[in-house]
Design a protein around this ligand. Structure first.
Ligand SMILES: NC(=O)c1ccc[n+]([C@@H]2O[C@H](COP(=O)([O-])OP(=O)(O)OC[C@H]3O[C@@H](n4cnc5c(N)ncnc54)[C@H](OP(=O)(O)O)[C@@H]3O)[C@@H](O)[C@H]2O)c1
Length: 270
């Protein structure tokens, strides 16, 4: 019998990452789950085992810690399984402004949201190319598409970098001998999860219109399907697609003004 495929998912203890785990399990994949909260990961792994017969590995860790990526890869290696899919999803927004936050917090942010996804991708790609199959999804953001705004200042830069990185990895795979290795940047807009509790904007975002929000399930489905068909960037949902197009069609100063005025409504900028 053919070995089932294995997907490694970061930030699997909540929100979009937990939904990625559920949808890959439903599609017959096995999962390796990582995040800091081991209890949450164990509970999710148990649910996937009983609901879908999934083999689920839990490897808790803090992606901001030095050596975190090596530790995760060593834990995967110890399972004896190869990584067929990678979802770089772990992420958060730092509350406050770039002016007022400590460098240690910004440096940890860069490790979790930027260098760890890039390093994990670098570690799994050679095996994927050798086996002739790979699916990599980098969870970026609509914020990576639109002009930068005040607050969560590195967020848009990092997400924009992830989009470019994904496009380039995809192009490299297609240009070489790894055509069935696909890399996709998934760019969600406002999505129901714990994200806005963690970044301290739940009160402001609560008053935003419901049509701006998506559930995690259709966001994740769009990401998996785009990656399967080899699409390097996907903006999920009609509203988000419209917003992405609008900010590109508008003259740059107008787009910047629009983002600045809207972002003031839901960010803590004193
Ligand atoms: N929700 C939105 O509106 C939205 C929009 C666009 C893009 N996104 C992106 O979607 C991704 C998932 O976010 P979400 O909305 O699902 O938020 P969430 O519900 O808060 O989940 C974030 C996940 O990241 C993990 N994480 C945070 N810091 C970590 C660290 N230092 N080490 C390891 N894992 C860490 C958390 O696990 P632990 O706390 O257990 O470590 C959690 O599993 C993020 O990259 C985010 O930027 C979200």
């Amino acid at each position: 019998m053919a070995q089932r495929r294995l997907v490694l998912i970061t930030g699997a203890s909540a929100g979009i990452g937990a939904e990625f785990a559920r949808q890959y399990a439903e599609r017959g994949w096995d999962v390796a789950l990582t995040a800091r909260r081991a209890d949450r990961l164990e509970a999710l792994a148990d649910r996937l085992r009983s609901d879908y017969g999934t083999t689920a590995f839990v490897m808790a860790g803090d992606l901001a810690a030095p050596g975190a990526v090596e530790a995760i890869m060593a834990a995967v290696e110890a399972t004896g399984r190869a990584v067929d899919g990678l979802v770089n999803n772990a992420g958060y927004g730092l509350p406050g402004t770039f002016f007022t936050t400590a460098w240690a917090d910004q440096a940890a942010f860069l490790r979790v949201l930027y260098t760890a996804p890039i390093e994990l991708t670098h570690k799994v790609l050679p095996g994927m190319a050798e086996r002739g199959f790979g699916r990599i999804i980098n969870v970026a953001s609509l914020a990576g598409y639109t002009p930068g705004s005040a607050g969560h200042t590195l967020y848009a830069s990092v997400k924009s970098g992830l989009i470019k990185f994904s496009e380039s990895v995809h192009a490299e795979a297609q240009a070489g001998a790894a055509r069935n290795v696909h890399c996709t940047a998934l760019c969600p807009g406002f999505t129901w999860s714990e994200f806005h509790d963690v970044n301290g904007t739940r009160a402001q975002t609560q008053s935003m219109p419901a049509w701006l929000w998506m559930q995690a399930a259709p966001v994740v489905e769009a990401g998996i399907e785009a990656c399967d068909r080899g699409q390097p960037v996907i903006v999920p949902g009609a509203v988000n697609k419209g917003l992405a197009s609008l900010t590109r069609l508008l003259p740059e100063p107008v787009a910047r003004h629009l983002i600045a005025s809207q972002s003031r409504r839901f960010r803590n900028i004193d």
